[in-house]
Design a protein around this ligand. Structure first.
Ligand SMILES: C[S@@+](CC[C@H](N)C(=O)[O-])C[C@H]1O[C@@H](n2cnc3c(N)ncnc32)[C@H](O)[C@@H]1O
Length: 287
């Protein structure tokens, strides 16, 4: 199930990945994959802090919504792709435990088996952070000393070539990852391949407010303020926080995302905009 884990050297991880010319359309850059990987390796240690601060703690409510829309059942197998430091993966692990224990008397509470939730990311540096987080978070509602590490595993792998068999998952998710994948449609086809009939795909991704005034204000914050403060906090030299707003502004729109999902075979495709449209949760079902 696990693919070979790759590492980046420190020199590679701190060299600039993006410049102004590349950022005119980062999605068209030929070696986007390598640049994205290098960038995330560099910012991994401060990733959570920057996420929380710059989303004003809203990122957690966006992930919560994605988990709710997934309608996780007690025996479901969940694969969270581009898991990063594991925030969404661990939310799924807790949701699975909640589903397994719904309606159970206290003495019958169970911790579901470990291979039901898998987080996958192609940036090796993210994985130890995710595992560490899992080890320090208790499973809520079951008592004892169980941590989310007893529910979730993390492995290295690429969204466009998942190390999983066909029809092996009930839920596939990707949060703030699809925009970073070099070939997003190939990834969406992979999610379709690994899902069982009835399986749900959840894609969380940044978008832009549809209201022009709000969009202008948001882009001022996103392009002028966030890159400075986030770079200061992370000490990043790869250009990660300049890439963030430009990759959102140049990424495919909501309708195109839903078309991509339908073309991969998903039905009942929906979009759920949140926070004035700054973030959207897309949902599709494999029949
Ligand atoms: C913005 S982070 C999101 C992390 C996490 N899902 C969250 O909600 O915070 C994007 C992640 O996507 C990963 N990523 C980008 N392209 C990928 C690919 N082709 N395959 C697997 N992971 C990828 C990066 O390594 C990074 O950890």
């Amino acid at each position: 199930m696990m693919s070979t884990e790759t590492t980046n050297s420190t020199t590679e991880a701190t060299a600039p990945a993006w410049d102004d010319a590349l950022l005119r359309n980062p999605h068209a850059v030929a070696d986007k994959r390598g640049r994205v990987q290098r960038m995330f390796a560099a910012i991994a240690p401060s990733y959570d802090l920057n996420n929380r601060l710059h989303s004003l703690w809203m990122d957690e409510s966006w992930r919560k919504k994605a988990v709710k829309l997934a309608e996780v059942g007690p025996s479901d197998r969940v694969v969270d792709v581009a898991c990063g430091t594991g925030d969404l993966t661990l939310r799924f692990a807790q949701a699975l435990s909640n589903a397994a224990n719904a309606g159970q008397g206290r003495q019958y509470r169970v911790v579901p088996p470990r291979d039901q939730v898998l987080g996958i990311d192609f940036t090796y540096e993210m994985l130890p952070l995710a595992r560490q987080k899992a080890m320090t978070r208790p499973v809520k509602g079951v008592g004892g000393s169980h941590t989310l590490a007893s529910l979730a595993q993390f492995a290295c792998g690429d969204a466009t070539a998942l190390p999983l068999p066909d029809a092996s998952a009930d839920v596939a998710s990707i949060a703030f990852g699809i925009r970073n994948v070099a070939d997003p449609s190939a990834a969406v086809r992979e999610f379709f391949r690994i899902l069982r009939p009835g399986g749900r795909l959840l894609i969380l991704e940044f978008s832009l407010p549809t209201n022009a005034v709000l969009r202008a204000f948001y882009n001022f914050y996103f392009r002028k303020i966030l890159p400075r403060t986030a770079t200061l906090i992370s000490g990043d030299r790869t250009g990660a926080y300049k890439y963030l707003p430009e990759s959102v502004n140049t990424f495919i729109g909501r309708e195109q995302m839903m078309t991509m999902m339908r073309e991969a075979g998903f039905t009942q495709v929906e979009q759920h905009p949140m926070t004035f449209g700054v973030c959207v949760c897309y949902r599709g079902v494999k029949n």
